[in-house]
Every structure is written in C-alpha cells, then in structure tokens.
Design a binder for this molecule. Sequence first.
Ligand code: ZN
Length: 289
Amino acid sequence: MPPQYEPCRTILEELDARGWATGMVVSCSASHATPASFIAHQDLRAFTEAIAEDYLHTSFDCFVGGGRGYFEDRPDKKNLLDSMRLRGYNIQSGTGFNRLPMDGSAPFMLFTAEREPESASSGRRYLPNATTKVCEYLQKRSPKGFFLLVEGSQIDWALHANDGDWLKTEMLDFDATVSAALRFAETNGETLVIVTGDHECGGLGLNRTSSTRNFDPAFSARLHSAAMVPVFAFGPQAGLFPVSTKTPISISKCGTPSAKPPEVRNGATTRRDIPNAQNTPDFFQKRLF
Ligand SMILES: [Zn+2]
C-alpha cells in the first residue's frame, strides 16, 4: 500500500500477468508481513484473515509456509481452502513434497503449520529443501521464467527477542537456503538470485569475545534500526546490483563449496569507486568510510 492507500500491483502480480510462474517459500505464516506484501492489499498487517482472503484473488503457482488456520479456522467461518481447491490448487500440510504435483501439472499450497512455523532451533528444517524443490517446480510451470520469494522470516523475530542462540540457528538455516538457491542458479545458468533484507533489526554488533568459532552477539535495540542493509546478487544481470559475484558466496560450511574467493564486480570498496563520491554529503561520507 502506498501512502494514499490505493492498492498497487506487486512484483509477483506483475510477473504473473506477464506469464511467469510465481511462488513463495517462507518460515512464517501466509498472512505475515513479507508474504502479504507480495500478494495482499490491506491497510494493516494485523488484518490477517483479510490478507488470507487476498490469496483468492492472485493466480500464484505455489506457497510453502505456515498459516493454514487463517484459511479454514476463521471467525467468519469461511473455508478459503475449499475455494482454492475449486481454483485447482492442491492443498497439503507438512513439509514433504511427495503428495504434491511436482511435475508442474497444478498449483499448490503446502502448509507447514496451523499458524506460525516453529523455530529452526526447535527443529524446523524445510526452508533449504523447499527452495530447491520449488525452483525445480516453478521451472516446469512456465517457459517464460519464474519469480520466487524466499524469506528466512524468523531472523527478524530472533533479533526482536535479542536471542543470540535463536538468531544463530535461523542464520545458519538461511545460509543453507541461500546455498540451495545458488546451487540451482549455478546449474541452471539463467537465474538471478538476489539476497537482501527489508531492514536491520536489533542493532546487531559483536562482543569482543566473538571469534570465528564463538558467535557472541551484542544488541542495542529490540526494534528495527536504520542500519543499511547489503544487497547481494548472483547470476544474469547481477552487475546491476551494488555487489555482485561470479562465484557463490557462503558464510558457513552449509554453503556451496567455492575454491576461490568471490570476485567482486562493481564493489563499492573504496571511496573512489562510489559514483559521484565528491558530491556525497559529509554525513554519508563519514559513515560509509
Ligand atoms: Zn521485525
């Protein structure tokens, strides 16, 4: 929603209209903020039942994540999943893909939880595998290409809670997920992978006791911060983004093995590399460098 509260088309809807296959894989519910912002048009994120209803109005190809209850256990007694089935969607629960039309013959929703999925530290494991499976599935759904949103949703929640152990397991899970996407893109050769965050949270820093073997985070906030977030890109047209690599980056052993260090193109590593650096206000110069 823009400030004037006039619904605007999301990137998922735009690409769907162009004939691309579209999907979302998240570790939150379908009604939570990020997936909602790709498919719903409501004034407030708190309107979770109305957001679920918006799934009836967009022809996405697949969704993997929590929130089945928002579709069939509702105050208004509507069963939105019956409506989705009438539209041809295969609806399943769990984290397995065996009963789903992975040959690309039908759209589907796979619910991993009634409301919010459990944390990675409590045993949630589906995000990396689901990313691979859904990439392969979406590839079969349209010859024009596909758009897939994947979110490591609970990284933000761990930061709100200032919970270092929760954060660590969510980051490792997301790293494995990025690796899955990079592996697909590297093999496929036609896929652009963009990794970023919609904001920082928690004012995350590291205590002096931290090392490569000891993650000892420090937090300065329990809310979203104004810290800049990086944008990483890999694949065709990656050079359009601030930092792009020809080699997949991994931040842990979960990642794609890469013998040589990533080759950074267009990397803003020195002041000289920033376009119009001479014109950059003092405020940014001090903080960027
Ligand atoms: Zn948040």
